[in-house]
Design a protein. Structure first.
Length: 463
């Protein structure tokens, strides 16, 4: 049904009309500059200028400015490059930031610089699933994120637990491949420093590259990206990390770990041979009982003279009312080198990763922009994903180093609702730019205090 102009002049149900106002003395995002101030407090501008590819043509926006614009866009809720036009319409925001926003085409060209076809030249012809080496631009972007982790983390935290897992990003581009569950797209790996809620590494992969295909390189990168002051290291992952070279690396580096083990025929037989008296109750659930027991097991190519690994079997037994509907008893297992921790405590410690790494995946894909890939070029999508990881870290630093305690665990949508989308009236008095926001005394004090903490952080790194 076509719309006709009403004779009474009404636009809608409520008694007002909407008109265009091209003004630079108001903004709908008076709190969004906190993201830019966090970036600058961490020195991202200087790091990006040194680490990212030089622009292909002179003039226009620098790589550092484009990176800052993309982080701001993602933090504001944009998940497509075209969304930068919405921010550019907010002339009051541009006035607060002191610079306009690049165009979507300029940002797409920026992402395109991270794609290097030469990275695929050494791909074996017989391999359909292959992890390509990263371009120099992607390595530079990783260096920026590594510096953000080091500068944003709290130095008093010397324990680093790394949770590692992959996630599937659905994409219907021609170049996207089919993942194990039938979804066409990509399957990046992510490593999170649990105690600081910071992403320390990511590895973008085609969808047909299984998580268990050489996870060692990704894990090594994660631990290499930790700050030097970290003294104790731990690692948790699912069965995709049950990879003998990775197990040997963790043992050699004295990294305490717990990993879900592949349930091979040999391990399943060993679990099934455990007598009932050795099983101990772990959980009683609505539909099943969960018991655990220690089992003796050695991977096929584990060195005979090496310290034995510890295997903990989990038995899932259907309760009486579900016996006829279930497939019977199921077994899972964990492998670990932590010999002093009680078996039940170890299982619960391992389960905690579902509340960390899965949370990060959800936030990255559903509340930031990682769930929508912008390009047909692999390297451009890898850069977009890494910039989303950088945005996640910038917001974490903002929450933990500047904002009040009540927002320490806030998700991006809470930050947008409370802080980023504040209406503001902009004025200049005696050469002082100011923005007036309609908030109560408490929230005003919180915002001013946050800016002061970011200024102090800036002074620390720019002294």
């Amino acid at each position: 049904m076509g719309l006709r102009r009403r004779r009474d002049g009404r636009q809608g149900i409520l008694p007002f009309v909407i008109e265009q106002a091209k003004r630079d003395d108001v903004t709908a995002r008076a709190g969004l500059p906190l993201v830019v101030e966090t970036l600058r407090a961490l020195g991202v501008e200087e790091m990006a200028a040194a680490a990212l590819p030089a622009p292909q043509r002179q003039g226009g926006f620098s790589p550092a400015q484009k990176l800052e614009a993309m982080v701001t866009l993602i933090a504001a809720g944009g998940d497509r490059l075209e969304d930068v036009r919405i921010l550019a319409e907010d002339k009051g925001l541009e006035k607060l930031l002191g610079t306009p926003f690049p165009s979507p085409d300029a940002l797409l060209d920026f992402l395109g610089q991270f794609h290097d076809p030469q990275c695929w030249e050494d791909r074996p012809l017989e391999k359909k699933a292959w992890v390509a080496p990263e371009s120099p631009g992607l390595r530079g972007l990783e260096a920026v994120n590594r510096a953000v982790v080091e500068r944003g983390a709290e130095r008093s935290v010397t324990l680093a637990t790394i949770d590692h897992d992959g996630t599937i990003i659905e994409a219907h581009k021609r170049e996207a491949t089919v993942a194990y569950e039938g979804t066409r797209g990509f399957q990046p790996l992510v490593a999170v420093w649990v105690e600081q809620q910071l992403i320390v590494a990511d590895e973008f992969r085609d969808g047909n590259v299984a998580g268990g295909a050489d996870p060692l390189s990704s894990v090594e990168r994660a631990f290499a990206n930790l700050p030097a002051w970290v003294g104790e290291r731990r690692f948790r992952a699912d069965s995709a990390a049950y990879y003998t070279p990775l197990l040997k690396y963790l043992v050699r580096e004295k990294i305490a770990f717990a990993i879900s083990a592949d349930m091979t025929q040999e391990l399943r037989a060993r679990c099934g041979s455990v007598v009932d008296q050795r099983w101990a109750r772990l959980d009683t659930r609505e539909r099943e009982e969960v018991d655990l027991a220690e089992v003796e097991f050695t991977p096929g190519d584990w060195p005979r003279d090496a310290w034995p690994l510890r295997y903990i079997a989990l038995r899932f037994t259907p309760r009486q009312q579900d016996l006829f509907e279930s497939k019977g008893v199921r077994y899972h297992a964990l492998v670990t080198n932590r010999h002093k921790l009680d078996a039940a405590e170890l299982v619960r410690w391992h389960r905690e990763k579902a509340g960390t790494i899965e949370h990060v995946h959800r936030v990255m894909k559903d509340e930031l922009g990682a769930g929508v890939l912008p390009s047909a070029r692999f390297g451009a999508n890898a850069a977009w994903f890494r910039i989303n990881a950088l945005t996640f870290n910038v917001l974490t630093v903002l929450k933990r180093r500047a904002l009040p305690e009540r927002l320490r665990e806030a998700r991006p949508k809470r930050l947008r609702y409370e802080l980023f989308t504040l209406a503001g009236e902009i004025a200049v008095h005696q050469s002082q730019l100011s923005v007036r926001v309609p908030v109560g005394d408490q929230r005003l004090d919180e915002i001013i205090d946050a800016r002061g903490r970011l200024l102090a952080l800036y002074d620390d790194y720019h002294a």
